[in-house]
Design a protein around this ligand. Structure first.
Ligand SMILES: Cc1cc2nc3c(=O)[nH]c(=O)nc-3n(C[C@H](O)[C@H](O)[C@H](O)COP(=O)(O)OP(=O)(O)OC[C@H]3O[C@@H](n4cnc5c(N)ncnc54)[C@H](O)[C@@H]3O)c2cc1C
Length: 453
């Protein structure tokens, strides 16, 4: 795989226009087959709504919760559907990477949940503090007990900044500290840090939380876009860039892992293996890593902090979380059957999105594939039928390697590549996945929220 050189970079804009027409046509034919694809679903759309008076509660109104609410509200006739979430604003999280690297403004990713809540769905503006599946009840932090016949859990995940000694989200945008994961405001502050670093230079430490994290490509995109920016600014020789992997790999999909292991040295990016960030001393600009040889302290001018991630406490401490084996000791994720999205111990409970313990996933693309399966299986269970729809682990990431270029990585539980587009190689950088990420995926995402793709 060859890196795009500067003259190629300049040509990107000129080749986009004719290509964009073709891409728009392709997108018009079906946004659902783009990166937020439906490749991982074996499910069918019910011909007409099922009449039922079932009480269904959905906890979490993010990507998975809103998509679930919209699909259920058209699949069922007469059901009482309640959505519970305190958050009013909706964040298009895949855009945070582009904000943190100066390509988008923060406002681009901010929307309102209200716009996507169907009219026949009640919205309780509170958080669930207790899940009690033995009595089919959830309790909100305002003390309201809500009974259900069926439950769908879509709480997303918790960014565990506290697991890094000395770190808190308030530090993002100060003392050379950035983090792409938190929210648009902190992504903008991260951009201020990246902007300064790629101007002044120095040592940059790039980290990754261990275990399951959402969009595992994001830490890699941040380092590659930062490197690309320094090249464009003519400051690259002032930057020493070090990627600190908590394991012996860079990416779970083996072909992509191999590509990155060759790409980083080619771009003069050093790699520290088995380096897990455990502490930060902001004023000293020093970070501590857990390594097989004991704690190692490294000084930095810029650090990209990626915290460990786990299920939100209310879910992780509930009987719905993995109790033994599986993910019991790793993230406290919700237990689901990886194919049906049904809880194995509570068959009237389903889960989707970042909160579930599936071996891969935690992307909006996985949400796009999981939600139709969870909904179809829930509708089957309500109808007294077997849940037959299956999720095959589909996940996807437009892995941005530089401004104007990305690799469309799509794979499943077997870690096999499952490309949606025959004309885009999943092994090569290409301008089409970049345009998709920059221009089209947000529209596809919004259509997913409305249950349309
Ligand atoms: C920097 C970044 C880059 C990304 N890039 C990509 C990409 O390129 N491609 C891609 O496909 N995906 C990407 N993603 C991942 C994608 O955004 C997430 O996987 C997706 O948003 C997960 O949806 P979700 O509904 O599970 O969680 P969320 O969308 O996070 O929603 C969870 C909701 O649950 C609510 N909640 C939490 N706890 C409770 C509770 N106790 N009670 C009630 N409500 C609760 C929250 O308030 C929130 O509204 C990226 C994410 C980030 C952060």
């Amino acid at each position: 795989m060859k890196r795009r050189n500067d003259s190629q970079a300049e040509r990107v804009d000129s080749i986009v226009d004719p290509g964009r027409r073709r891409l728009l046509k392709a997108a018009g034919l079906g946004l659902g087959s783009m990166s937020l694809a439906g490749a991982g679903i074996i499910a069918s759309t019910p011909a007409r709504a099922l009449a039922t008076n079932a009480r269904i509660v959905i906890v979490g109104a993010g990507a998975a919760g809103l998509a679930t609410a919209n699909r259920l509200s058209s699949a069922l006739d007469g059901a009482s559907i309640t959505l519970i979430d305190r958050r009013e604003r909706h964040l298009y999280q895949p855009g945070l990477t582009l904000i943190a690297t100066g390509l988008w403004k923060a406002g681009t990713v901010i929307d309102s949940n209200q716009r996507y809540v169907p009219r026949n769905v009640d919205w309780i503006h509170a958080s669930v503090s207790e899940f009690d599946p033995d009595v089919n009840q959830v309790v909100t932090d305002t003390g309201q007990r809500v009974d259900y016949d069926y439950l769908v859990v879509t709480t997303g995940l918790h960014l565990d900044f506290d697991a890094i000694e000395g770190m808190s989200p308030e530090l993002i945008g100060r003392e050379g500290i950035g983090c792409v994961y938190d929210n648009p405001e902190n992504a903008s502050r991260t951009w201020e840090m990246v902007d300064r670093y790629t101007t002044q230079g120095g040592v940059g430490l790039f980290t990754r939380g261990p275990g399951g994290i959402k969009c595992a490509g994001a830490p890699l995109k941040v380092i590659m876009l930062t490197e690309d920016l320094a090249q464009r600014r003519g400051t690259r020789d002032r930057l020493q860039m070090i990627y600190n992997s908590p394991s012996a790999g860079l990416f779970s999909q083996p072909d992509m892992d191999q590509f990155l292991k060759e790409e980083f040295p080619r771009r003069d990016i050093d790699i520290n293996w088995h380096h897990r960030l455990i502490g930060i001393e902001p004023e000293q600009h020093r970070a501590t890593f857990d390594t097989p040889d004991g704690p190692v302290r490294l000084d930095y001018d810029f650090i990209h902090v990626v915290p460990p991630m786990r299920a939100p406490d209310a879910l992780g401490n509930s009987p719905l979380a993995w109790q033994e084996g599986g993910f019991a000791d790793d993230g406290n994720w919700m237990e689901v059957d990886r194919h049906s999205m049904q809880h194995p111990r509570y068959p009237n409970v389903f889960g989707a999105g970042d909160c579930v313990g599936t071996p891969i996933g935690k992307t909006a693309a996985s949400v796009k594939a999981q939600v139709p399966v969870a909904v179809e299986n829930l509708v089957s269970v309500i109808a007294g039928a077997e849940p037959m729809a299956r999720y095959d682990g589909y996940t996807s990431c437009p892995l941005i390697t530089s401004r104007g270029q990305a690799i469309l990585v799509e794979f499943d539980y077997n870690l096999d590549m499952v490309p949606s587009f025959p004309f885009i190689s999943p092994y090569r950088e290409h301008w089409v996945p970049w345009i998709m990420k920059d221009k089209f995926l947000k529209a596809a995402y919004n259509a997913m929220l409305r249950g349309r793709v």
